[in-house]
Write a protein that binds this ligand. Sequence first.
Ligand code: PLP
Ligand code: COI
Length: 353
Amino acid sequence: MKIEKILHSRRKMIDFHKIPFGNYFSDHMFYSEFKNKEWKNSKITPFKNIEFSPKTLVFHYGQAVFEGMKAYKDHNEEVFLFRPEDNFKRMNKSARRLEMPNIPKHIFMNGLKKLIDLDRDWIPRKYGQSLYIRPFLIATDGALSARPSKNYLFMIISTPSDIYYQYPLKIKIEERYSRSASGGIGFTKAAGNYASSFYPTRIAQKEGFDQILWTDSSTHTIIEELGTMNVFFLLKKKLITPLANENILNGITCKSLLSLAKKEGLKTEERVLTVSEIIEGLKKGYLQEAFGCGTAVVINYFQKISYKKEDFYLPNLPDKKRISLFLRKKLLDIQHNLSEDYFGWRLKLERFL
Ligand code: PLP
Ligand code: COI
């Protein structure tokens, strides 16, 4: 792989005390092209603009998928990627559904490891902070015919980040719009899934909510996800999350929290979860906690849930009693190499360069 290093790093210009999510990008990027049915031209270059003709397919039909993952530092400046192979597999699952070529594992993993090794200085040290890594794949044919592209570009860029946002969430249970539908692409990380969620989310925000609790598109009675997160409810001391189906992005944070919760002796369930159960739990007081989880946000708990214009408040528990915060610490401790890696989730980054 060709590596072209920057002459002067921009790193010193960034104050790691103030790193809003996705604002600053590290010095380098990874790049690989799919042409004539082959992956070629893999390289690392300085982070820079890329140029495409206005007729490029991705601009018109949105054939684009991406991933979101993180690298963490420990006290000894060692760097760890968190479950990167899970992101690799999910990226290819998304690509297949969008009729895009699979990325070979060695291209994804070598590109990722060498890029992050080169930009080690961009990984913040503070607990909870990390380098957010964004692999993405786009269709690059210059053509307006509505068909899958023959040429593609796979890239990886990264951005030092704090947790995306963190405050108790006000949630609206969605009854009009949907994030995904049966037979659709809800289980993929396709760019279009995000584009289609912006309008309903903006409406909810104008109404005073932070996020939408997505429900199934045909009946709006079954809970699916929360904004760009998976969701958990603590009902009668059982931690329940909707079973990942074709409408739901199977989150790596969600899978990790389920494993951690089980290890800590909590009762967990992955199953169909209805809106009426949640509302009954809120009315009768046995819904103890609810939270969203994802790579960017880690974990955010709910303060209020609104359904058919009626507001329900969750118990105002002290932090020490919150399962969400307990699990958040367990997860971050593993990610920052502060506790044993029971599940083999950390991948220590070698020094290549
Ligand atoms: N659901 C959606 C729609 C998302 O965008 C994300 C974020 O990636 C998640 C769930 C959580 O997935 P993960 O924990 O793998 O980041
Ligand atoms: C993530 O948690 O990685 C996400 O994908 C959220 C992102 C869309 C901001």
